[in-house]
Design a protein around this ligand. Structure first.
Ligand code: SF4
Length: 291
């Protein structure tokens, strides 16, 4: 089998088999995201998927985890996705979980019942970028949903019994929008109450100029200290019931891992220590952040 590159998966899926059920992202309009800009979106035919699953099952018959690529497999019609999940479950008898990315626009037309059926067919984990809870910013970065729609879609996933892994993108609002981004994001994350929350830091590469242009006159990217302040403003407001929290992603300056709510004060102490000492040696260098 041959993948249509580039291929992305969450870091925690490093040991999973990757099966492309779609190519690219059905939405593909988020201003900060260049992952699938070079790909024209398409749904892979069942015969293509069947061929890949057959080849994978021959080589890895004991596979326990499968990640559905590319950018938002949940865009697929529920009946078609169930047919694919059924094929996977029959082909890998030792399978423990199937996971995929989802975009919030995918969830607008999915019902909790749809998602429950997918859960029963072994879809146990969905990764979704909230990015921000600030409505102005969601609109500017063209995420395609409001904060309220984000909460509604994410709650459907959780109410269906699927684990939800979410992302907040530090730095998205620049210096001026930093506080509102952090505070509104905490509100949305609290309303969702996800099982996992990761913070990543905005890294745009060649898209920096285009981003500045859309964000308007006076926009300034946050530096490492502002990104830590933003992280503190976010974490201090988080009221979550049972969430694995992490900033270990390579884009971040300060890698932290903890469980909320019980590690909240420890996490805040670590951020405060880095901010108070103002010593860059406690942070990743720009070179170490290179992805
Ligand atoms: S929905 Fe996700 S993959 Fe698609 S453009 Fe937005 S951030 Fe990128």
């Amino acid at each position: 089998m041959q993948y249509e590159l580039p291929l992305y998966r969450p870091p925690s899926e490093a040991r999973s088999l990757i099966l492309q059920v779609t190519i690219g992202c059905s939405y593909n309009k988020c201003l900060f995201c260049g992952m699938y800009k070079g790909k024209r979106f398409r749904v892979r035919s069942f015969s293509e998927i069947e061929r890949d699953v057959g080849e994978m099952a021959e080589v890895y018959p004991y596979a326990r985890r499968i990640f559905l690529a590319d950018g938002d497999a949940l865009t697929l019609d529920t009946t078609y996705l169930l047919k694919i999940l059924d094929l996977i479950n029959r082909s890998f008898p030792h399978l423990e979980r199937i996971s995929s990315y989802a975009g919030p626009t995918n969830l607008i037309n999915k019902t909790v019942e749809d998602l429950r059926e997918l859960r029963h067919a072994n879809l146990k984990l969905v990764y979704l970028g909230i990015e921000t809870g600030n409505d102005d910013l969601l609109k500017k970065v063209n995420k395609g949903v409001s904060a309220a729609q984000m909460v509604e879609g994410c709650r459907k996933v959780i109410d269906a019994g699927i684990k939800l892994s979410t992302i907040i993108l530090l730095g998205l609002g620049g210096v001026k929008g930093s506080y509102a981004h952090a505070k509104d994001s905490a509100k949305v994350v609290n309303a969702i109450d996800p099982h996992y929350l990761a913070c990543l830091t905005l890294m745009l590469g060649p898209f920096e100029r285009a981003y500045e242009k859309v964000m308007g006159v006076g926009f300034k990217f946050v530096d490492k200290w502002q990104s830590l302040r933003e992280l503190r403003w976010l974490v201090e407001d988080l009221e979550l019931s049972d969430c694995v929290f992490g900033t270990q992603h390579a884009s971040n300056y300060l890698p932290i891992k903890g469980h909320l709510p019980e590690d909240k004060n420890t996490i805040l102490d670590l951020i405060d220590f880095a901010l108070e000492t103002g010593d860059s040696r406690h942070l990743r260098t720009e070179w170490e952040r290179g992805l």
